[in-house]
Design a protein around this ligand. Structure first.
Ligand code: IVH
Length: 676
């Protein structure tokens, strides 16, 4: 049956679109759509071509998998083609793969014990390394599988790739293949720096790896944090390798090539599934991106028997994880107001299934990010949800932008309370100036106030707070302490029993600590650790209320900005009023002795390092003693160290101090310095 005009048009438009994305991916290293979407386009085209073979043309993107070699880099022909893998997306599809393997190998028992080498599917760029007589002579990208690009100059800059193999026994010519990737931490750091310098950022670590490898100037590659795990061999001449995949990989490791530590050997489909699940759980903590796992029949003899279809082996398959990036459209861009008034743009999305859940909101972080990404209502965007991280809009597919969209701008007034929205110089965050007058800020401040690590009032949940604020029943934190059992019991979904429990929890929360109380106040920049440091430094609230900025910066981890925030907060009469009201309602704590860092003392200007076990005194006590007398305590010995206070079993710090001729004291020596 011939294809209709509509189908012909669809095929043509699919091809155009795929060519466009191939170009962006391979030549520009600047992807616009997620893999999952690309795969769908490709699949649709393949299906149509299968259904209407007349429509297949030699230049259809389906006829070639992979890249246009770039103009600038020299091309390299792979003596053995670099293949790709078939994908499966479900247990059923995996069982089907295994069934075909077992059948082809003429197993009669279902091949329950068949051994597979199982490895993460690394999400980077496939690279071939050619070693001759143990020396790295050439590195190439995969390209279209037949012809790749010469990237030897760049690969030489990757420190974990040996320029010369270790040990001996390697074949005269040995081609190893693997994945070059950018570890997540390196990717984040790179993008952060690029953003600060106003340079182009990478959409994801894979793009970053591919882009870095294809630089013309190896100096640029050398600055990128790249790494490589090898996972197979290509050409082998003048020597032999073991006859199991897993043993070959072990051997490569012994020759100094890095291999993925997560690899293993499993039995049968059930072994594969258990591996898939285990790696899936570890996925977010791996430090590098993976997009599935790969199973390979471990025996090379069996691999040979199984052979290949088209461009993929019959003996291996990739079992993909659910996509972490998907496409959807932006229905609206709204601004949310947080506890400290931060006005955060949020994209409301057409619901989309991504990273295992349905997502309908995604953060845009702040107004700069929103402008940088230029997200507009009506746009098609990539949303990403990785692990438990909140979903975010990665980028806009500008080629799909509808006509007449408008850039989104920061509202001048708070969407909740209509106060002015301001943005201080140099701040990424815009804020509502409404303070606790703003219901959004009040709600969030109260949620924070009652939270577990603050006043710890169990049972006063977000919904209840929202209702109370909406009804103006709670205007200030102290109103919480006036809630009665009767009025709570009248609330929807709140029985006698839970009302009673809540009243008890509210009562119990009154006995708190200064550090919890300070944290609960929600002073900007004062997190738990800072609250704790303030409390132990000053010991009581009046001392903190009186402290000027010069005093505040003496508290560990308090810098000028934090000091300024604390002063600003405590200068406001309404904040002092809140504190008074809370104390009037019975909120109390035990004051402690201030830790008293003397302004001046015998140790002023001196830096100490403490090591080893001191007689009859803990290191913390020794530290307090030094600080009390004006000294500073640091962790590492350097030329700037004045004294090393060394106890028993002092180790490398003592050696270092001796090398640098830093004076070494024991506890008595320290005490002697303090005697007048
Ligand atoms: S083996 C014949 N193992 O996946 C088998 N590939 O779709 C060739 N990949 O181009 C590949 N991790 O970039 C293999 N552990 C792994 C892999 C892996 C990632 C990539 C590789 C290849 C693509 C195939």
């Amino acid at each position: 049956m011939g294809a209709s005009a509509t189908i012909r048009a669809r095929v043509e438009s699919l091809r155009d679109e795929i060519r466009y994305h191939n170009y962006r991916y391979h030549t520009l290293d600047d992807i616009e759509i997620p893999d999952a979407e690309y795969d769908r386009l490709m699949r649709e085209l393949q299906d149509l071509e299968k259904q209407y073979p007349d429509l297949v043309t030699v230049d259809s993107p389906t006829q070639r998998v992979g890249a246009e070699p770039s103009e600038a880099l020299k091309s390299v022909r792979h003596r053995l083609p670099m293949l790709s893998l078939d994908n499966v997306f479900s247990e059923d599809e995996l069982r089907e793969f295994h069934r075909r393997v077992a059948e082809k190998l003429e197993f009669e028992d279902g091949a329950l014990d068949l051994q597979y080498a199982a490895e993460p599917k690394l999400d980077g760029a496939a690279v071939s390394l050619l070693y001759e007589h143990g020396i790295l002579v050439r590195a190439a990208t995969r390209g279209d599988g037949t012809t790749g690009e010469d990237i030897t100059h760049n690969v030489r800059t990757i420190e974990s790739i040996p320029l010369r193999l270790l040990g001996n026994g390697y074949p005269e010519a040995l081609e190893v293949r693997g994945e070059v990737f950018m570890p997540r931490a390196g990717f984040e750091a790179y993008n952060k720096q690029a953003r600060a310098a106003g340079e182009k950022t990478f959409v994801n670590p894979r793009n970053a790896a591919a882009g870095s490898l294809r630089q013309l100037d190896p100096k640029l590659t050398a600055e990128r944090p790249l790494d490589m795990y090898v996972y197979s061999v290509g050409l082998v001449e003048g020597g032999n390798l073991p006859d199991r995949h897993s043993e070959i990989i072990e051997q490569l490791q012994a020759w100094g090539l890095k291999t993925c530590p997560e690899r293993g050997v499993v039995r049968g489909v059930d072994g594969c599934l258990a591996y898939y699940e285990a790696i899936g759980k570890k996925r977010d903590s791996l430090g590098y991106d993976i997009d599935g796992v790969v199973y390979k029949v471990d025996s090379l003899a069996m691999q040979r028997e199984l052979g290949f279809v088209a461009r993929a082996p019959r003996w291996a398959v990739a079992h993909k994880f659910p996509a972490q990036e998907e496409l959807t459209t932006v229905v609206d861009v709204e601004f949310q107001v947080g506890r400290t008034g931060a006005v955060t743009p949020v994209a409301r999305l057409e619901p989309v299934f991504v990273g295992g859940v349905t997502v309908s909101n995604a953060t845009l972080h702040n107004i700069d990010e929103l402008h940088r990404k230029d997200v507009r209502v009506g746009d098609t965007v990539i949303v990403r949800r990785a692990g438990d991280v909140i979903p975010e809009v990665v980028s806009v597919v500008t080629s799909r932008r509808p006509r007449k969209t408008k850039p989104v701008s920061l509202p001048k007034r708070c969407p909740v309370c209509d106060s002015h929205v301001v943005r201080e110089d140099g701040e990424a965050v815009a804020r509502c100036t409404g303070g606790l007058f703003c219901k959004a800020q009040r709600t969030e401040a109260l949620k924070h106030f009652v939270s577990r690590r603050a006043m710890d009032i169990e049972g006063l949940g977000a919904r209840l707070i929202e209702q109370f604020v909406e009804e103006n029943r709670i205007k200030s934190p102290s109103d919480i302490f006036e809630l009665s059992k009767e009025e709570l019991a009248e609330r929807e979904r709140m029985g006698e029993k839970s009302a009673e429990n809540l009243v008890r929890a509210i009562e119990a929360s009154k006995a708190t600590s200064l550090s919890r109380f300070l944290y609960a106040l929600g002073i900007r920049e004062v997190g738990e650790a800072t609250a704790h440091n303030l409390a132990s430094y000053f010991g009581n609230l009046p001392a903190i209320l009186e402290a000027g900025a010069e005093e505040l910066v003496k508290v560990p981890d308090v810098g000028p900005i934090v000091a300024k925030r604390i002063r600003e907060f405590l200068r406001e009469e309404h904040n002092l009023e809140v504190i008074r009201q809370l104390q009037d309602h019975g909120v109390h704590w035990q004051d402690t002795d201030p830790s008293m860092v003397a302004e001046e003392g015998p140790f002023t200007g001196k830096t100490f390092v403490i090591t080893g076990t001191l007689p009859g005194i803990t290191r913390d006590e020794a530290k307090a003693l030094i600080q009390k007398n004006g000294g500073k305590v640091t962790g590492t010995v350097s030329r700037k160290t004045s004294y090393l206070l060394a106890g028993e079993k002092a180790g490398s710090k003592l050696t270092k101090a001796q090398q640098l001729e830093v004076e070494v004291l024991d506890l008595d020596g320290l005490r002697a310095l303090l005697k007048p």
